[in-house]
Ligand binder design. Structure first.
Ligand SMILES: [Zn+2]
Length: 293
């Protein structure tokens, strides 16, 4: 159940991307064996990145979010295509920090607050677009909202959350990104802000909703909304032999010759899906002969 509703209010004051990503985050957890805190960290990041992927205009466009916060979670990377298919990586999937006083997972402390969120958009142009800003709280939603405001001059509200069950599986995950349109009225903005501020727990709301539509309707209760699109997103890796071969080639001829002669084989693991690629001697020799040409 990984659904995104793209909607707009009747007066075209704002656009919303509302998501249920419980299965997507569970799939991520199953691959990376993340601790509850790491599930919350990476789950929030892949949810936001997937929604930003859906905002891309070109079919082959790609978006990468890199978070370096200086906290025990280490570096976090997520990459989405324009269909919202996202892959993600967390340097320390076992990160564990004490719960906050209200019993919530402490994402901000795990990520750290002394660092940056960098967004790279590959739009098929000569150079990718790169926007980077200092982290605000390390809680992810606030940091992405900051990115929209400062790097894209797009006032936005971002909510995201992951609820981890007692057996560490993902009970609920999702979020919402609301983008204000340039001529949104002051009255509407303050009404929307009030509404957003009244939400005590995003994950509680997702968990209590039967469907993404139910979550959407509760979020925007009191506003006249029009659903524009319904999309399905997923946690999916796009690694290939060719990609891993180029990783080997990038080691350089000398290093590769050394591996070929001393070890006679090489094994590379994709960071995003942990799939192992085994290169035997013949394969390594072929790569070497191709570099020669
Ligand atoms: Zn992969």
């Amino acid at each position: 159940m990984n659904k995104v509703l793209i909607s707009m209010d009747q007066n075209k004051n704002f656009r919303a991307y509302t998501a249920f990503t419980t299965d997507m985050v569970e799939k991520m957890r199953d691959i990376h064996h993340t601790s509850p805190t790491a599930s919350a960290v990476l789950g929030r990041v892949i949810t936001c990145t997937s929604l930003m992927g859906l905002m891309l205009k070109g079919e082959k466009d790609k978006l990468t979010a890199i978070i370096k916060g200086g906290g025990p979670a280490g570096q976090i990377i997520a990459v989405s295509d324009s269909k919202g298919n996202v892959k993600g990586y967390i340097e320390n999937p076992n990160v564990d920090v004490p719960l906050k006083s209200e019993g919530k997972l402490d994402v901000g402390t795990a990520v750290g607050r002394d660092g940056t969120l960098t967004v790279i958009k590959d739009l098929g142009l000569h150079k990718p677009y790169i926007g980077s800003l200092k982290l605000i709280s390390g809680e992810i939603a606030e940091d992405f909202a900051g990115y929209f405001a400062y790097s894209e001059q797009q006032p936005s509200s971002v909510m995201t959350g992951v609820l981890v069950d007692t057996d560490y599986s993902i009970k609920a995950a999702g979020g919402c990104i609301i983008q204000m349109m340039p001529d949104a009225t002051e009255d509407l903005i303050s009404r929307l802000e009030q509404k957003i501020n009244s939400i005590v727990s995003v994950t509680g709301l997702i968990d209590a909703s039967e469907s993404v539509k139910g979550f959407h309707d509760t979020l925007f209760n009191g506003f006249e909304m029009k659903i524009l699109e319904e999309r399905t997103v997923d946690f999916k890796c796009d690694c290939t032999w060719e990609r891993l071969e180029s990783a080997l080639i990038s080691l350089g001829r000398k290093e590769l010759e050394k591996i070929c002669h001393e070890d006679g084989e090489a094994e590379l693991t994709c960071h995003f899906c942990l799939k192992k690629y085994h290169f035997d001697k013949r394969h390594l020799e072929r790569i070497l002969s191709e570099i020669e040409e």
